[in-house]
Ligand binder design. Structure first.
Ligand code: ADP
Ligand code: GN1
Ligand code: MG
Length: 354
């Protein structure tokens, strides 16, 4: 891959212009993220995907509001905002690209899949802590960095539209995933009903496991990263995306669906970690919908991958043409595992809530 960080970027941050070794890092589907090492220092440098995040200033505003609130509430909390450039801004526009630089946290590592329930506990606790600390922050000045990002109803409509426009052959290839999408559509109604009463909270909206740094030896939570979708939403989003990415031993890219099974040990650890922070904050109604969070996000993600496949793979980065279809079927399989194990999982939740 050609790695092109504009040389002019560094001087706008008063950093050395030469002497960096640049390597791509992470498995994100949207932004381009690099680690720059040299000059006896390391930084995370990231090109924002401006096609997806059309309003970088909305991201900046939300991060600023959270940073100021957290500074007051818990000055020791590590909130990983970008560093500011000479003009005091988090984002730097060079030609048509938008760039950010973040402090590199050397003791932190990320995972794409988990291999120890302790990791699930610590990661869930870290995201739960963020929700807890931001509980009560005034929401009025927050912006939607991606409008209606986790609106399941909209995602279903986008799927329907993609379906009407997709070529016959593509629809044929996706027949199984399309049938599953239609079979689970009652989840949209459940969400629409819940929206009437669930409180809005600041949510991270991308709590997948690669977006939290854990200590490389102890696995204790270091900090959450990837703050572009920090904005008002429902707790279902953060809790659900953790279920989506912690419960299975294989990630969304796994094509062998026989491997997509749900690990109860990880479910327990996740719930314990999240509730250790959020049990006192969640309303009685929110506590009745903890398992729905997983179904909600898995269904939405399956729809989003499927819609992208139907419309010609314009959104998520892919490495082969069928990858979004594979991802969608993978997510439907995990959704099915939750439904299958529902009674057990609800029982586990009841034990942790009492
Ligand atoms: P993307 O939008 O590409 O997912 P992330 O901000 O999640 O970007 O970063 C991608 C990966 O880079 C992370 O999963 C993590 O491995 C690594 N990373 C990101 N920020 C840091 C940091 N501040 N310190 C150490 N590693 C980081
Ligand atoms: C995208 O950027 P990344 O890879 O962290 C997506 C999330 C999805 C995720 C699925 C802005 O996240 O919503 O859950 O892929 N981000 C955006 O892996 O659409
Ligand atoms: Mg990420």
């Amino acid at each position: 891959m050609e790695i092109a960080i504009p040389s002019g970027l560094w001087e706008l941050y008063n950093l050395p212009v030469l002497g960096w070794k640049i390597e791509p890092v992470g498995s994100g589907h949207i932004n381009d993220t690099y680690i720059a090492t040299g000059n006896k220092q390391s930084w995370i440098v990231q090109k924002l995907n401006h096609r997806v995040f059309t309003q970088p200033e909305a991201i900046e505003q939300n991060i600023e509001l959270c940073q100021a609130y957290l500074q007051e509430k818990d000055p020791n909390y590590l909130f990983l905002a970008p560093i500011t450039n000479q003009k005091g801004a988090y984002t730097t526009k060079i030609a048509d690209s938008y760039w950010r630089i973040f402090p590199f946290i050397s003791e932190g590592i990320t995972f794409d899949t988990l291999s120890d329930p302790k990791q699930a506990y610590e990661a869930a606790k870290k995201f739960g802590e963020l929700s807890r600390l931001l509980d009560g922050i005034p929401l009025g000045n927050f912006k939607e960095t991606i409008p209606a990002f986790h609106d399941l109803n909209l995602r279903f409509k986008q799927f329907e539209l993609a379906l009407t426009k997709a070529p016959k052959q593509v629809k044929g290839a996706a027949a199984k995933a399309i049938a599953l999408a239609l079979a689970h559509r009652e989840l949209v109604n459940t969400f629409e009903n819940l929206k009437k009463t669930l409180p809005l909270r600041i949510q991270h909206h991308d709590t997948k496991i690669s977006n939290v740094l854990l200590h490389h030896e102890s696995y204790s939570g270091v900090c959450v990263i990837d703050l572009d979708t920090l904005m008002p939403g429902y707790y279902l989003s953060d809790l659900g995306d953790m279920m989506r990415t912690y419960l299975c031993a294989y990630d969304e890219n796994e094509a062998d669906l026989s491997k997509i099974t749900l690990r109860e040990e990880y479910f327990k650890a996740l719930m314990r970690g999240y509730l250790s922070e959020m049990a006192e904050i969640l309303t009685a109604e929110e506590k009745t919908q903890l398992l729905f969070a997983g179904k909600f996000i898995l269904y939405m993600q399956a729809l989003r991958f499927l819609s992208d496949y139907l419309q010609g793979n314009t959104y998520y980065r892919i490495s082969y043409p069928e990858q979004n279809l594979v991802r969608s079927l993978n997510q439907f399989k995990l959704l099915g595992s939750i439904v299958e194990k529902e009674k057990n999982l609800e029982q586990i939740i009841r034990e942790y809530l009492t």
